[in-house]
Write a protein that binds this ligand. Sequence first.
Ligand code: KG4
Ligand code: ZN
Length: 333
Amino acid sequence: MTILAIETSCDETGVAISQGGREILANQIFSQADLHALYGGVVPEIASRNHIIVLAKLVESALAEAGLTKADLDAIAVTCAPGLIGALLVGVNFAKSMAYALGIPLIPVHHIHGHIAANYIAYPDLEPPFLCLVVSGGHSQLVDVRDYTDMTVIGSTRDDAAGECFDKVARVLGLGYPGGKALDDLGRGGDDTAYTLPRSTIDGAPLDMSFSGLKTAVLNLIHNTEQKGETLDRPGLAASFAAAVSNTLVPRTMQAARDLGYETICVAGGVAANSRIRRDLEEAVKREGRTLYLPPLALCGDNAAMIACQAYFEPRPGLRDNLDINAYATMAI
Ligand code: KG4
Ligand code: ZN
């Protein structure tokens, strides 16, 4: 089964083609990051307008990369939720039109299901059930993945997502947007004990997390240091911040794996690219004799390959079953 997938939930326009789910024949991404960097964050209308401009060309590029024509496609898949509503609507409408015109089924995919599926591409033998730590710009969740489309959130952030926090701190340090990777790089040589930063816990919900206190503490620290005319140890702060985020995520992930009795732990989402979190997870998993699957960096952030892969595992729709689907800014997993 050959599926062409469209991903437009935020500021990356993605078109990819999968065969039999896990084999990716094409993976085209147009990143709008430079356009949004001017404003220090994603401007939803600009994202939507750029998806409109590049989608048709990316479809042509993906078909050329795969050496296929539209006639070779068996289905069209699209991210329908969650995300920026205007951006999602562009992708959903384009996908719907394509499926309608080609007379092939349309498969809606939940963006987080897609992030988790990035692991199936990287590891052909990986199968549910497993525990997945999902950490992106909009989500920080521990997910019990019982089957390809049957999953439950068992722990999540009560406020900011981890990626949101990385971006905010990076922005105040003048590292641009999105700044997660730049902050990660800055912290690599830094002393992770340079600054004492808070780690929040939620009473009665040991798997839930909170990052807003950490974010505020770091922002106050930066401003106070500036006001006093002192020099900020920037690599030390970046390393201390990454350690605080990792110390929040990793013990909860291990606790969840123990609670559910899972040997296998996967990670997904843009923040899964973070070097400190990857290293800490590797060490923790090794200590407990479990197995860790980390997606390659190229598949951590938003892309359509993960949507093309997940679509294969979604229920097979009839020809006209999904022509009335809509896009949603939020949707339970
Ligand atoms: O999954 P993703 O591409 O988009 C969403 O669905 O949100 O995640 C984007 C997030 C951004 O906040 C970005 O700064 C963060 O992932 N990110 C990182 C790293 N690379 C990307 N955060 C920390 N360390 C990194 N190396
Ligand atoms: Zn994402």
